[in-house]
Ligand binder design. Structure first.
Ligand SMILES: N[C@@H](CCC(=O)N[C@@H](CS)C(=O)NCC(=O)O)C(=O)O
Length: 195
């Protein structure tokens, strides 16, 4: 969206690099953005930093109330979607029914919030859309691998339409990980988690 050139450094999370430990000593997690040698961690913080540093094509809305609402929904999606999805992939013996219930509630709530808009941000993608890629990309791959029917056209037509628009947006299409790579990655972990 910003057209900023960057170098992408892949991290092996089973064998964290000295670079990661140096630049995110508190959480030791990815992603970390390094800008002019200075680290910024936490996805939501990174997005806001990028938006403030490169001001064209804004990601957050202009008015403070709209910005507050965007931050509210971004936080809601991040907090509500990531833990059950993480449980699906990484936990052994977790309560799958509970995770499914959490995801269903999240999907109902955000389908309602999306309403008849093209994107959560309105006519173009914004903060909430970027955060919701955990639903539009990751959840879809995980449900397909597990044979679950959580996010379907019948149950959530508006969200399905949003996914279509989102993954075909130029800025997204050119930057998301290829589906076959995601399937390969999660298959390996789902296999390990179910043993
Ligand atoms: N709240 C953090 C979560 C980051 C996170 O969980 N990263 C995962 C990969 S997606 C990680 O680095 N895991 C390694 C670990 O937990 O040791 C964010 O949004 O940036």
């Amino acid at each position: 969206m910003k057209g900023v050139k960057y170098e992408y450094i892949e991290e092996d999370l089973t064998n964290k690099s000295p670079l990661l430990l140096k630049y995110n000593p508190v959480h030791k997690k990815i992603p970390v953005l390094l800008h002019n040698g200075k680290p910024i961690s936490e996805s939501l913080v990174i997005i806001e930093y990028i938006d403030e540093t490169w001001k064209h094509n804004p990601i957050l809305p202009q008015h403070s109330y709209d910005r507050a609402r965007a931050r509210f929904w971004a936080k809601y999606i991040d907090e509500k979607a990531v833990p059950p999805l993480r449980d699906f992939v990484w936990s052994k013996g977790m309560d799958r029914e509970e995770a499914i219930g959490e995801i269903n509630e999240l999907l109902k709530t955000i389908e309602n919030e999306l309403g008849d808009k093209k994107f959560f941000g309105g006519e173009d993608i914004g903060l909430v859309d970027i955060v919701a890629n955990v639903v539009g990309i990751w959840l879809v791959v995980i449900q397909d691998l597990l044979g679950l029917e959580l996010l379907t056209e019948e149950k959530f037509p508006k969200l399905c339409n949003w996914i279509h628009e989102y993954v075909n947006h130029t800025a997204i299409k050119e930057n998301i990980p290829p589906r076959d790579k995601l399937i390969e990655f999660y298959s390996a972990h789902l296999g390990a988690a179910s043993q």
